[in-house]
Design a binder for this molecule. Sequence first.
Ligand code: COI
Length: 331
Amino acid sequence: MKITAYGIREDERPYLNEWQEKNNIEVQAVSELLDSETLELAKGSDGVVAFQQKPYTDDIFSKMNRFGIHAFSLRNVGVDNLSFNALKENNVMLSNVPAYSPNAIAELSVTQLMALIRRIPDFQAKMKRGDFRWEPTIALELNQMTVGVIGTGRIGRAAIDIFKGFGAKVICYDVFLNPELEKEGAYVDTVEELYKSVDVVTLHVPALKDNYHMLDDKAFNSMKDGVFVLNYSRGSLIDTAALIRGLDSGKIAGVGLDTYENEVGIFEIDHEDQPIDDEMFNNLNARRNVMITPHAAFYTTNAVKNMVQVALDNNRSLIENGTSQNQVDLG
Ligand code: COI
């Protein structure tokens, strides 16, 4: 058996080598991202493993079919950058890694919120210029706040536990109810009810057609004045122009983002000598009450190890058994 793994970074190699030795299976690790040209490298392989934010174009899957490759495993959770129809038409099975580390994402979201409400970026800027006064940099306490968690899957639930550990009141909205949270009475019936009751809105839902720009002008206007908004899911959930209007008007007091709707071509690239040609992104990135990380919430040693090794386990299982416990239902 041979597996070709695309987009392999240096930090992934030790985990990949460990898996290869333990399983005695050849894994060809390539640093190139997967596209229809680089797929040539996988000729003769039984399966392909990949991880990238760049879209997977449909011709990749028709070529996989021609090469006799029917096992495709993502090292990440999101499946929004490929077409299920193209996979089905070409008889390619798909798996993902749904829980490489929900805490990795949840911990960064809470970290950014804490930094925002304790005014860390403001204090840092003042300290660096020698201004060691308290005023007017007064903070808020998380234990005094109500957090609205939208999406109560694995990541949302990890976030809820951490918020509760800080003493925050948490209320939730999801279309799929978690029985334990339901028993606690944690859910509100409508997202509108959540918007008007909370001090913080945090998004932990996958990107779907019907939640595109779910946070728009109307949603922001129905929130409390001085709300904090966090997005660690997908950029498409927020209408960025509306977010900027909310920040300008003071409706929104602070924003923590690990994703941005036009992030492909911006994140994961060194822009130090290359200005970013994106007015909305530059607007947000210049604000001290907006903390942005470049889709890096997943990037911990624990998560990376799981992404590599669980994806390889999944791919092996798709090849050997024609199924995997993390197989994605293509409908
Ligand atoms: C995912 O696992 O889907 C993520 O959002 C991580 C990522 C860098 C694509």
